[in-house]
Design a protein around this ligand. Structure first.
Ligand code: BTN
Length: 267
């Protein structure tokens, strides 16, 4: 039987420590996009932390203007409204924190092996995408940056929806051959995100940068990074504490790259 998302069941999968500082936790049957919902209502939620789940998104958004395939009662579509007492520039590296939080969550409730992070924002399993992250800025004033952190995790992607995904992908059911409780995944994920975001806010990215090294999908690979205007290729050398990818180019210079789409070149 399909397990639907349920606020009480999600909370039941958090620890008492988290419950003491629980964010507002909303579950919707359907939204155009959980990120867009929180962006639209950010002012209404003032400085509260809000976690917003939907069973289905009719206009789920991915990075670079792409659609995020979001069929009903199948996967996790989560957005978290989070307010940092940091400026936008100090948020560099937030992508690492979120990616690591997703992997730590999955590792704590499954035995899924070989999970990796593909810079800047993807969780991979053996050359296939398992989860994606979309970070939107909801506003900035007086040194407080309000962000909407969107996370999509493929859990049980139905074949009918999969036809619309045009890149190699995988879901947790395929990796683990087990039924995953989405309520458990949701509760553990919110908890892990809150712990790691507080850690990032207090101590910055160094701990996450260290963890990234063990999970770096691109490290040592010949890759090409494309942006809207150009493309550059080289060998991936890891990332720095600002979350920039370090690329060793043909001119033997290591160039830090802040944004772009990375593709592995088959030699
Ligand atoms: C990507 O890899 O391109 C990012 C995908 C992000 C998808 C999530 S699902 C929840 C949230 N709401 C959205 O519309 N997008 C993000």
């Amino acid at each position: 039987m399909t397990e639907l998302l349920d606020t009480h069941k999600i909370i039941a999968h958090t620890t008492p420590a988290l419950r003491a500082q629980l964010p507002q936790l909303l579950t919707f049957n359907e939204l155009p996009s959980t990120n867009d919902y929180l962006l639209k209502h950010a002012a209404h939620f003032a400085h509260n932390t809000v976690a917003c789940f939907a069973e289905q998104q009719t206009a789920g958004r991915g990075r670079l203007g792409r659609a995020w395939v979001s069929p009903y009662a199948a996967n996790i579509y989560l957005s978290l409204l989070w307010h940092f007492s940091l400026t936008i520039n100090q948020l560099a590296g937030l992508n690492m924190v979120i990616g690591i939080s997703i992997i730590e969550t999955i590792q704590s409730i499954t035995t899924a092996p070989d999970l990796m992070l593909k810079w800047p924002n993807d969780v991979y399993w053996r050359d296939k995408k398992l989860a994606g992250i979309l970070i939107d800025l909801a506003g900035e004033s007086n040194g407080v940056s309000s962000t909407v952190i969107g996370i999509g995790i493929n859990v049980n992607m139905p074949d009918s929806a999969a036809d619309d995904i045009n890149k190699p992908w995988v879901d947790l059911h395929t990796i683990t051959a087990k039924t995953i409780s989405r309520n458990q995944l949701a509760g553990v994920l919110v908890e892990r995100l809150l712990i790691n975001l507080q850690q990032f806010q207090k101590h910055g990215t160094s701990e996450f940068c260290e963890k990234w090294k063990a999970l770096d999908y691109l490290f040592g690979k010949q890759i090409s990074i494309s942006t809207a205007t150009n493309s550059i290729s080289g060998i991936a050398q890891g990332i720095n504490e600002q979350g920039q990818l370090l690329l060793l180019t043909t001119s033997s210079v290591i160039t830090p790259i802040s944004a772009g789409e990375a593709s592995v070149l088959l030699l």
